[in-house]
Design a protein around this ligand. Sequence first.
Ligand SMILES: [Zn+2]
Ligand SMILES: [Zn+2]
Length: 316
Amino acid sequence: MKKSLVTHIAVMVVAVVLGSYLASYLTAQQSEISVNRDKLSKAPLGGFNKFASDVQWMLFINYAGGIDCVEKPEAEEIYNRLNTILSNDPDMEIAYNIGGMMISNSDPVKSAEIFMRGANNANLKSSWQLPFSAGFVLDRYVTDQDDPQRLKKAEEMFRLAASRAGDNAPYITSALLKTRAKRIAQKGKWSNIPVVNDEHALLCAMFDEWRKGGGSEDGNPQASDSMNIPDLKARLLKAAQDAKASDPTNKNILETINKVMKVVSEDQHLCGNCLTPYAAGDKFCSQCGTSVVVYAVCPKCAAVMKGKFCSHCGNK
Ligand SMILES: [Zn+2]
Ligand SMILES: [Zn+2]
């Protein structure tokens, strides 16, 4: 009798030890399989979270169709419903997209938060729309009073979107450069040169991207946080022209242009007035008519040199 009691207790102890061991092993296995488990709602749905979120989503659409406008109270309601839906299914991409969009005007801070949450979800990392929308709302609708870090966050989001979209979304690049320019303008200085206007700031932003890409002709997509901006060199030249045109005699702008062109366009000959490239033998700028320094002409007959010898007079 006594012996069997001891055996009973021994078996129970072993079972408890094994059970807790197995439980911790299974939990580890489970979180490997279901990465979002810790984000899931703790409501007792018996594993039917996905089903619940689908029903809640249908009710959400129904609610959204029934309201005439989205003001603060509606935005609050939408945000709460979204949180419930997303706690049952954190991977429901459409909920982030539509929900975030619906409250972007009336509550941009919460809208940006929804979009960023979606953008940072590891299971949705093929979506470039989520980080793009996050960047857009942060840049356009959120104010500095709401969040002093909004432009920094917006730039990060646009960068994330660009890295996911590849080469086929040039407007993401434009949005990124504009946001970066705003940050530079806000700082007021770039490379110790005071920034005087938006065109100037955009030129600085582009040159930063150029330097990040290693300064090669077509950027350097391998560099960690640089991206492949098509025609960056041509865009830099255009930005320099725009900056000069915005305030032709401003010494800060001229200093920046000098700095940029020395690195970017050493092989090109540019009109000193409007920065348009000109060809060998040109005496005047074809864009603004300013006389330019003639290059690559035969010193004897002034014909344009195409090779070693002048094709006109044979002079070497
Ligand atoms: Zn010119
Ligand atoms: Zn000649």
